[in-house]
Design a protein around this ligand. Sequence first.
Ligand SMILES: [Zn+2]
Length: 227
Amino acid sequence: MNGGDRIRLRWIPGHQGVKGNEEVDVEAKKAAEGETSSGGELPKILQKNLPTNKAAEKQRFNKEVKEVRAERWKRYAEGRFISKTAPELPSKKHCVKLGELSRKGASIWTQLKTGHVGLNKHLHRIKVTDSPKCTSCKTHDESVEHYLLHCKAYKRERIAMKRRIKGGTKDIGRLLGNQRNANAVIDYVVATGRLKWIKNKGGEKEERRRTGERGRRGQGRSGESGG
Ligand SMILES: [Zn+2]
């Protein structure tokens, strides 16, 4: 369009059956299906690249990246404990909230959510301990779920945690899937004293030394499957 062009808009009583309109429809359909005229056939004004809206392009690109990341996350989480505690891709808000926790707290919270934590079920899977059984009650495998929700040894600590959590604590996915529960859960862990050794960076090494065994990593997928 040039500066001096004049456009007149008119309402028409429906356009089906109008000959010119039907022809335009046919050509538009061809274009949508990928059939385009070669550059030379086009009017001069259309031979240049069409202008793009920068903001719209950026939005489209970001949406695409988000979709790819969400898809990858879904594939990664499938069959792992984390599919219960974080079925959706952790959002930006989640990362900001994680930053609000203490360093130690964020570490505990993340370990519990992933199931990669110094509890016997995981330690046994990575060949650090002989048995996956809970050393406190000796009756069940020490999974994250058992430790946080069921082990009789931590009844008192659990009552204190439950008081701070809305909506009950019967479901491990709901408990660890809600960032608002983080501080209550972290305080529970600290109160039980069960994960003392993660205080320092070399915690896992220290645990291996303590048990007198050598751990081996990378045995299949995450072994934490609840229960
Ligand atoms: Zn137990």
